[in-house]
Ligand binder design. Structure first.
Ligand code: ZN
Length: 295
């Protein structure tokens, strides 16, 4: 009996060992075929399977999309770089008034062109006896935003004139400007040579005019050299300054070509005398003399 029980036990042990071995075999087979198992493909790799061993056929070509670019690829040239923007001048930090005396002359139009090209303004102190013959220039001067004021009728030194003679010089010049422009000049004038006596001031008061002289004088009537005129203006330019120039001088004309853009480049806005007075909050009373700021 004991022997039978032993044999039964041995038999059962073999059966159990057999099952365990079968499990290991299954696991080994799966490990060998991991690629198929992972892709979910469970058909065994055998020559009997005609699907897997069928000769490879080229897949049908897909129709080319419309935007297809055939080989060789020709690259589209890049868009040309846009031209660089011209350098913009800095916003003006200062104001300065260029003034031109003794005109109009054959050079005035050229100076007006320079000012116009640079969006600059100036004040022209004209001689009364030149106004009618050059009325077109006077009108153009004002149309471009510049100012025209009187500088006497014929450039007589007021220091040697009677009060009546000074009155006539100022009155006739203002009348000529008003005739040409249809409006009176601003309430100021500049006496010849900038000479101001008590008599000149009294007459100015009668007309309710103030007197505008200057703070920067490159002596363009003496320095017959555009380089010197240019250098003296640039060295002495200052916020609130008034520059004395003459639009009857060829060297001045040449210097102005460089003075105007150079001042703008240095941060100056070129304004009329009226604009400068407004900027400086100067309220001139009749007979007052204004020179502008100097270094
Ligand atoms: Zn003068």
């Amino acid at each position: 009996m004991k022997t039978r029980i032993f044999l039964l036990f041995v038999t059962l042990s073999f059966v159990l060992v057999g099952f365990t071995a079968c499990d290991e075999i299954v696991v080994d087979a799966l490990a060998e075929d991991m690629s198929l198992a992972s892709s979910g493909f469970s058909v065994p790799l055998t020559p009997d399977n005609p699907t897997l061993y069928a000769p490879l056929t080229e897949p049908e070509e897909e129709p080319e999309p419309e935007h297809y670019i055939p080989f060789p690829y020709i690259p589209i040239p890049p868009m040309p770089e846009p031209p660089p923007e011209p350098p913009t001048p800095p916003p003006p930090r200062y104001k300065i008034a260029l003034t031109f005396d003794d005109g109009p002359s054959q050079f005035t139009d050229y100076i007006l062109d320079i000012l116009e090209q640079h969006d600059a303004r100036a004040t022209f102190f004209v001689l009364g006896n030149r106004v009618h013959s050059r009325a077109d220039i006077i009108r153009r001067t004002v149309e471009l935003g510049n100012e025209v004021a009187g500088h006497s009728w014929n450039h007589r030194n007021f220091a040697g004139l009677s009060a009546d003679a000074i009155r006539a010089q100022i009155r006739d010049t203002s009348a000529a400007i008003e005739y040409v422009l249809g409006e009176p000049p601003p309430q100021f004038f500049r006496p010849p040579y900038g000479i101001v006596t008590s008599r000149v001031r009294r007459v100015a008061e009668e007309f309710e005019y103030s007197i505008i002289n200057w703070s920067i004088d490159p002596k363009d009537w003496q320095n017959r050299d555009a380089d010197i005129i240019y250098k003296l203006v640039m060295e002495n330019a200052i916020d609130g300054g008034v520059v004395l120039l003459h639009d009857i001088r060829i060297y001045t004309k040449e210097a102005v070509e460089r003075i105007v853009p150079s001042l703008i480049e240095k941060g100056f806005q070129l304004v009329t005398v009226s604009e400068l007075l407004e900027y400086l909050y100067y309220e001139l009373a009749p007979g007052d003399v204004f020179n502008g700021r100097r270094r």
